[in-house]
Design a protein around this ligand. Structure first.
Ligand SMILES: Cc1ncc(C[n+]2csc(CCOP(=O)(O)OP(=O)(O)O)c2C)c(N)n1
Ligand code: SF4
Length: 260
């Protein structure tokens, strides 16, 4: 079989969504950000809302998200993404507005914005990529760094006595009345990618129904910052991140999900 037979349209099994640009992603090979970009934009395409979606990129490795997502986007550094998204949504209540934030951005410099946005029940979608460290700036400890986890600023492992406990932001904001949907997903395996995509779709559909804030946390790797190969980092994530940050729904349709 020659190449021209293989690439016939009827043999097509995957096509990149037109909601992504042709730019080469700036992420490290093996990093979850690229997959999360793809599924977010596939959701936008499937819902037919490319012209009606406005994204807010934050600070961190995803600072250039507006180069990769072919929709209207702005950028709001230093944790202010949900505040900017609030303003955009209030000006254009019928647009689909989302933020794309790492844990350093959302759970450290943006703690106040995140909590108050959820508490106000702003009708937006928050995509929160939790890789447990500050990726872009060199792998420093973040509020989400696990106890004992090594980072460039906790080279002997996070000492809880000295550095405090990690914050489970999604559980925290799920307690707030304005948070309508809170879930934690991952993208390290095809089945998980599908679940994460369904969660992002639900979060966008909640906006159409004007239900309040939806937050989709995606536990991801930072293979460069964790100083591991992509395969090692996914294994490490399963063995260490998931027990502390269990995958699954935390609040659905405004109701907290009781874990058995
Ligand atoms: C001292 C200092 N504080 C804050 C910043 C802002 N800042 C730029 S990138 C970054 C890291 C963001 O990490 P995260 O949100 O976890 O995203 P990742 O790069 O891991 O995807 C921060 C905090 C900075 N550069 N220097
Ligand atoms: S430094 Fe980490 S978070 Fe940033 S692109 Fe590389 S692997 Fe991804």
């Amino acid at each position: 079989m020659d190449i021209n037979t293989i690439i016939k349209p009827e043999n097509l099994v995957y096509k990149r969504t037109e909601c992504l640009t042709d730019r080469t992603l700036s992420y490290c090979p093996g990093c979850g950000h690229g997959v999360i970009h793809r599924i977010a934009m596939e959701v936008v395409e499937e819902l037919g809302i490319q012209q009606d979606t406005i994204g807010v990129a934050s600070v961190g490795c995803s600072v250039l998200a507006y180069d990769f997502m072919d929709i209207d986007m702005t950028q709001s550094p230093h944790g202010r993404a949900t505040a900017v998204a609030t303003g955009i949504k209030r000006c254009w209540p019928d647009k689909f507005v989302f933020t794309y934030q790492g844990d350093g951005d959302l759970a450290a410099i943006g703690t106040a914005e995140t909590i108050h946005t959820c508490n106000r029940g702003e009708n937006i979608t928050i995509i929160f990529v939790n890789n447990g460290i500050y990726g872009m700036t060199g792998g420093q400890m973040a509020p989400t760094t696990l106890p004992g986890m090594r980072s460039s600023t906790s080279p002997y492992g996070r000492d809880v006595e000295l550095m405090g406990n990690p914050i489970k932001m999604t559980e925290l904001v799920a307690q707030l009345p304005g948070t309508y949907y809170a879930t934690r997903q991952s993208v390290h395996k095809p089945a998980n990618v599908r679940k994460a995509k369904m969660a992002i779709k639900k979060a966008f559909e909640n906006q159409r129904l004007k239900k309040g804030t939806s937050i989709v946390e995606i536990v991801s790797n930072c293979n460069s910052g964790w100083k591991m190969t992509p395969v090692e980092s996914n294994k490490w994530m399963e063995e260490n991140m998931f027990p502390f940050y269990p995958l699954g729904d935390i609040k659905v349709d405004g109701q907290l999900v009781t874990k058995q």
